[in-house]
Structure formats: structure tokens, C-alpha cells
Design a protein around this ligand. Sequence first.
Ligand code: SF4
Length: 682
Amino acid sequence: MSDVGRTFEARHSVCPYCGVGCGIEYAGNGRAGGWEGPVNARGEICPKGAAAWEAVEDEDRLTRPLVRESGHLVTASWAEALSRVEAAFDRIVEEHGPDALAFFASSNCTNEENYLFAKLARVLGTNNVDNCARLCHASTVAAMSERLGAGAMTNTLEDLTEADCLLVTGTNPAEQHPVAFRSYLLPAVRDGATLVHVDPRANDTTDAADRHLPVRPGHDVPLLNAMAKVLLEEDLVDRSFLAERTEGVDRLREHLAAVDVEANAELAGVDPADLRAAARAYGAADRAAAFTGMGMSQHGCGTDNVHALLNLALLTGNVGRPGTGVNPLRGQNNVQGAGDVCALPGVLPGYEPVTDPAARERVAAVWGVEPPAEPGLTEVELTHRFGEEVRGAFVFGENPAVTEPNANRVAEAFDRLEFLVVLDLFETRTTEYADVVLPGSAWAEKAGTVTNTDRRVMRMRPNAEPPGDARRDLRVIQTVGRQLVDRPGAFELDGPESVFEELTEVNPLYAGMSYDGIGDGYQRWPFPEGAESGTDVLHADRFATGERTAPLVPVGHVPPADDLAAGELVLTTGRVLQQFNSGALTGRSATLTGMRPEDALQIHPEDAAERGIEDGDPVRIENGRGEVTLDAEVTPAIRRGTVFCTFHYADSPANALTGDALDPEAKIPEYKHSAVRVEPVD
Ligand code: SF4
């Protein structure tokens, strides 16, 4: 790609690389820099943010549409590429109905883009639209929505500095959300807060922790139930909160009566004394805040895991006050927003169920067409039906061929599709199966809004024009919408501001917000009339369900789908500082500054010794789903019996090994527990 003729201008935007939402802009000399944004008030950014310009000027950027000819992708005009999309989608809908289409939205694209994309699916007559939040926090959203009425951080990053105890479960914010960790969590620790880190692997977050519980992957419920039992046994509960704001404490007490703390600690693979100490620190704190991440959510029992965590918060009255709550840390810059605007198969904007006639009617009043009443299929369910009920797919800004579990099965599924169109920045593993590839826009070329991990809607502004013939994503979605939908006005909206305005009409959570009102700052949902910046702490007097009380829910341990045979280890996966998702934002050749070119398999010294593996040796990791070769990193940081590798980079092979068993409620795959054999390569 040539940058000749491109002009770059520093304008306030939002970092694309995690849900913290730091303010960044073009800083000259091919670099991005921070500005004093709503979250990074001193303009600080992490190495990922600093490298964010790399993707904008990457020489591998797509600059022309591609169409498949004789098995190969060749360049084409926009007119040719879009006419193929129109013809294929029209044919599929005519022959098989609208539910034969699948729409994969993007949690690293704007609210306006996701909203129009999801609207396109619905206006065409299908709820088969999902985004990769399905793969990271669907279970968190399911549990929190059911119990509290809102699947989002209960608190704000700022007020969490008031916490006396931070219970960080299944997440490594020091590497995954560095500015939030340094600006909000570490100050609390320096002020004396106790940090308890629950993670099978010691990492940078553990370095700051007072106590580490190296939980066995897939065994969070036994650990959290044992902590709840300690809270009850030692009367560390908040009795007035239990009486006034909860229901079902007797049922939970009865369920936990059978729990043996020592036995559960052993099952979870942690020291019972450490578990008791962690429960005491959480229960004795005046303000205790829980954080949860994909180590909790990406399990077949992910929803139960979050239910068990919510029980701790409700037992101790740690909801509805600054410095408390249950706080999912989101991985991409608009995971929260993509769900808020309805890029999910079961809900309309603002999480109103598609099954609710009143909600459909309200949306129909704006769209001019009523969305279908049956929930659509989730992302993994859709992929599993490629070539059967599902014949065509539109993948926007995601790389499911890499990010979905059981990658060899996914590859076969993509092969079975009759037609695939991908809108993205780079050729990816997914575009290998595409019939049409449309060149889209990077973060620095977009205008619109994103919603960060603590519910702040913030504005992105273009720092550059897209390169070559690439186009802004919103324009592409609007064009496809106009071609496919014979409904005047449905996709004629004049730029992101108009789309946002329509969004505020159909999304009760965003009602009352305005583009101008957001300005260089933010508006946080929910946004009651007359609010200046929105609601900070949720559930203060009443839960978002509208109820004064929330239920305590007994949950039991459900073993992971993969049984361990003799000699097998548990593979768990995660992300390190320098990595971002699958390369859909960074390309195959692009590396974020300092990124490890090759991944490694972390293995405990005793597991390594048993297999004759030394540090740096190439090792084969295999199971019935696939085989991967990586170099061994022999380290006590990973618990015995478990091995760890990352999977957040382009062409990562790790998902050849992960299983596609789904959480029954949230339909999130079990990424974090796969049985594998590990042996040295001969
Ligand atoms: Fe970007 Fe997240 Fe780093 Fe902030 S903390 S600069 S949002 S990756």
C-alpha cells in the first residue's frame, strides 16, 4: 500500500485495542499518541495503543475489492463486488429464506456500524446476527442480565479506586487492560486494598496481588462456593442487605450446607488456607469489588461461574455502592456497544427480547418493518450449520476461522458455504474462504461512537482517509443495505451522527444522548432525563430489573466437557500484553511493537520433566481435534497439570485444539479447558 497522497491529522479518537477506551490520535512520524481522554485523563496509553498506527499504514492493507475467479481472489471494482453480493444474497433468500443468511458483526467497530449491520439482518428478515462478544463474555452478560438486569460493569473505573478489596477472577488486567490497571486498580492497592488474584497462571497481575489462588481450569464454581460457605460460616455477610435487597438466602444456605470448604479447595486445586483468607479479605472489606474475565466466562459452565461470583457480591452487600460490584473487563473497544445496539440474535437495541411484541413494535415504528420474533442462532451455532440451513454469510471485521474453537471443523464449515462476503482491513484466514472481500476502514479512518467497558459512549474522529479504494465501513454497510433492501430511507441516513440519532430513538439505554452532548467527553448509560453524563453506579436503590431485590442462586459444579485421560494435561489459553485478538485489526505481517513473533507453550517444570521436555524444546500438543507444535517455556508460573498458550494473534493455531462444547444458556464455547497430550518433537 502506498501512502502517497494520504494526509494525516491528529483528531481525538478512541484506541481500538481494548475495552478501556483510552483517547488516542495520530501523533506524527507513524505513531499514535494519547490525548487527555475521559478514561486516560493524563493522556497515558499502553504499548498496544502506542502501536495502533501500525495497522493504519500497514503495507498489507486491502485497498481494492477482491472477487473470486477460478478459485483465486482477484481485484475488482466496487460495482462488480457489490453486484455479486446482491445477486448471491437475493438468490439465497429467494431459494431458502432469510434465515439461510448469517451476519457476523464486530465488537471492534462502531456502534453506528454495528447498529446498521444488525438492522440490515433484521430488515432482511433474520435474527441470525451475532458478534464476537459471544466468544468472550456472553456468559457474563447472561448471568448478570438475569440476576441484576444489566450485563455490564456495575461500577465505574474511577469509583473502583475506593475499593478495600479487589477480587480479580479469570482476568489479567495488568497485561490485558494496562491503563485501567495502572490508573484505577493499582492506586487502590497502593492505598491499602487487598488484591486477590484467581488464575491458573501467575502473571503480571499476580505480581501486584496479596494472594494468588491458582485455580484448576474449569473449577471456579467449587472455589467460589467454598468462599461463599466461609462468608456464611464466619458471619461475614451483610445481614441488612440480605434482608432488604436479596431473595433466596435460605435456599443458598441450604445448598452450601453440603459444601466442604477443604474438599472444594482440593477440587479447585488451591490451598484451603489461602481460600479461607481470600474469603475473609473479601467479606471483611467495607467495599469489595470483583472483576471477571474470560478465564471465568469461556467455559461450558461460564454462566454458572458468574452466578457463583454474583452470590459473593450479594451475600456481602457489595453492589450498588462506589468501590464494589461485579465488573466484567471487556476485551475490544466496543464489545459492550455491539451488544447494546443489538448485534446479538436474541435482542433488539437496549437488550429488549425479540420475543417481546411491544419491543418489536417500538422498533418497527422507526424501521418501517417489524423484526422477526424468533431468536436467531449464535455465532458458533451458525458456523456449525454452514452448508446446511445457513448458505450465505457476511463477516464484518472479524476472523472467525481463527477465533472460533475447533478450527479444523470451522474450516470445513466455511468450505461448505455457498457464498461468503468479508468486510475487513486485511486478508485473513477467513478471507481464504470468501467469494467477495471488501476493503474497509481502520480505527483512525472512522467517525462514530464506541461504548467502553464501564458503559461510556465516546466519539471517534477520523485522523485519515482510507487508503486507495478502501471505504469507510459505515458507507459500505449503507450501500449494501440500499442494494438489498427495497425500502426507501432505511439506509439513507446521512453519516454517523444521523445513525446515532436513530439509535437513540430505538435504544432505551441510549435515549437522551446526543453526538454534541458527548463531544470530547462521554455519556454513560443508562442516561436518565436531565443527566449530565449518565448513571455511574448501577443498582443503588433498585436493580436494573426494576426490582428492589435480586435472587441468590445456588449453582453446582459441572465438570468440563473434555475428560482427562491418563497422562493428559489441560490446555488453557489467554492473551499477553503485546497481542490483540486474531489479527483482524493488525494483519498477518503486522506486529504490535514488541510482539513475540512465535508463541510458546508454558508448562510446569515437573510436567516437563516427566515428558523429557526442556525449556525451548519444540513440543507437539495434540488431541482428537488437531495438532499444534510450539516451543516449550518451562516455568512454575503455570500450575501443575495445566499448559498455557496464547491465541490472540494472526494465524494462531491454538483453536485447532480447543473444544466447541457450548454453555447451555449463553452458547459460549469452552475455550479454557481442553484435554491435550504434550510430548517432545522427535
Ligand atoms: Fe488501548 Fe487498552 Fe492500552 Fe488503553 S489500555 S491504550 S484502550 S489497549
